[in-house]
Design a protein around this ligand. Structure first.
Ligand SMILES: C[S@@+](CC[C@H](N)C(=O)[O-])C[C@H]1O[C@@H](n2cnc3c(N)ncnc32)[C@H](O)[C@@H]1O
Length: 304
């Protein structure tokens, strides 16, 4: 087992009992090994392809899916910063990274429905490149969400990088956006009344005054998962479930299909399942696929 793989296994980490990270065990290695590979997608009808994560390259996988069938895509690609993902580590020139990004985004555009949406994560170095490729692929950019993720490495000679962008783009102006699903409960500071009646706010029996406001494009209320959180896994760049929950609630309906080309530890699959959506995912590292399968298995058994 190589070093990156060992970091995923409890046996090699021996965490303290208070550490809630969902490690793999050596038994899991045997238990979660029947994952489909991308070539098994070929020629199968869509309903048979749902709720699975396929081992292999996402461009090859998406190329085997029928056009105009996916309602929502969440993509958290490698940021081209040389991060070690076990069997893959990306360090391309800017031109090569652009070419690769164009390749997978053009497949996304082909498979999204006419009213579908795509969210693409990026850090500041390649955020402008992602925006440019999204526009060049014919998508309509609706917003750039900035996630203040808290965790970041400090520097003596630079500003600590504490943010990531999430680009929100759509196929047409006829896109879904369930704003009531993602409104934010806020305490009312200036409780304005009209004829003695609260205007757009509510008072509880305990005297708490609140209103539901429109969600903004700066997300400051969710941190990178860490060791004391049950959702945490040893995947090096896992996204918080709350980010996926917000996106899936806003941009899909129950029963819709959510696709993640870079599934990692399975966050998109986990949240889609919890919210009653179907998912399709791709992941090139089979150890990460095991982590996803373990997370999904625990949900199906009501343990997560
Ligand atoms: C930034 S991580 C995604 C993390 C994920 N959002 C989560 O919450 O765990 C990117 C993932 O893409 C995978 N990957 C890299 N190249 C890929 C490719 N061509 N096709 C499919 N997966 C790929 C890596 O192994 C890594 O797990």
């Amino acid at each position: 087992m190589d070093e990156a793989t060992k970091r995923l296994y409890r046996e090699y980490n021996d965490p303290s009992p208070r550490n809630k990270t969902l490690f793999l065990t050596l038994e899991d290695r045997e238990k979660y090994k029947d994952f489909p590979t991308v070539d098994t997608l070929d020629g199968k009808p869509l309903p048979e392809l749902l709720d699975r994560i396929y081992l292999g390259d996402c461009v090859e996988g998406m190329a085997l899916l029928p056009s105009r069938t996916i309602d929502l895509i969440f993509a958290d690609p490698p940021y081209n910063l040389g991060k070690d993902y076990g069997n893959n580590r990306m360090s391309l020139s800017e031109a090569e990274y652009r070419e690769w990004t164009e390749e997978w985004i053009s497949e996304c555009v082909r498979i999204l429905t006419e009213n579908g949406s795509i969210y693409v994560c990026a850090d500041w170095r390649y955020s402008c490149l992602i925006r440019s490729v999204l526009i060049g692929s014919g998508l309509i950019i609706k917003n750039r969400i900035t996630w203040r993720r808290e965790k970041g490495r400090g520097s003596d000679r630079n500003w600590k990088n504490n943010m990531e962008d999430i680009w929100f783009a759509v196929m047409s102006e006829d896109y879904k956006f369930n704003v009531d699903e993602v409104k934010v409960r806020k305490r009312v500071i200036a409780p304005y009344r009209e004829n003695g009646i609260p205007k757009d706010w509510v008072e509880t029996e305990e005297g708490e005054r609140y209103r539901y406001t429109y969600p903004s494009n700066i997300w400051t209320d969710t941190v990178v998962p860490f060791w004391s959180m049950p959702e945490n896994t040893p995947h090096p760049t896992q996204k918080p479930e709350m980010i996926l929950e917000r996106i899936i609630r806003a941009s899909s309906d129950p029963g819709d299909i959510v696709l993640d080309p870079f599934m990692g530890s399975g966050t998109t699959a986990v949240v889609a399942t919890k919210l009653g959506r179907h998912f399709i995912g791709f992941e090139i590292n089979e150890e990460y696929l095991r982590l996803s399968m373990k997370r999904l298995d625990l949900i199906q058994r009501g343990l997560f």
